[in-house]
Design a protein around this ligand. Sequence first.
Ligand code: HEC
Length: 146
Amino acid sequence: MLSKKQARAFFLVGTLVTFMIFIFLTIYSLSKAQDQSHAENITPAVVRGKKLWEKNNCMGCHTLMGEGGYYAPELTKIVERRGDAYIKAALMSKTPWQVHGRKMVAYGMTEQEANDMVAFFTWIGNIDLNGFERVVSPLAKDKVTN
Ligand code: HEC
């Protein structure tokens, strides 16, 4: 049995040690070497694409890294999966894009806007996801594995 004094010392040392570990891991996680987003690749085009993504509520239907709506395909690896031209066609279409059944909003984006969206998706696609790779499209006929 620990005496009261020993129990107090045990508590204080234990708390201090775990607190120091916590602080160390926080600093380590935030350090530059741990950056998995490749923030240095964020160009003005990527930022414009991100703004378009927010302004148009793409997240209401689509997911990025699993976050968002489950109505439409996951888009984290969309550049790898479909390529620039396909993405631009979907975004610049004047009629709702609907090649697999469900309808997308007809955004009728300009070439510049579509290019900015592709820049954003390219940056997103190159984030190190720590093994998060398998995402299945909610469109049954269009199962994807990345
Ligand atoms: C109302 C829901 C909805 C919104 C909002 C929406 N989409 Fe879509 N999107 C869809 C659906 C549904 C599809 C699948 C269409 C198909 O292939 O038949 C799709 C397809 C796509 C594709 C092709 C995906 C693939 O795997 O073939 C891209 C790229 C895309 N959307 C980008 C966007 C962007 C960028 C925005 C915002 C500017 C957006 N979407 C907003 C519903 C939506």
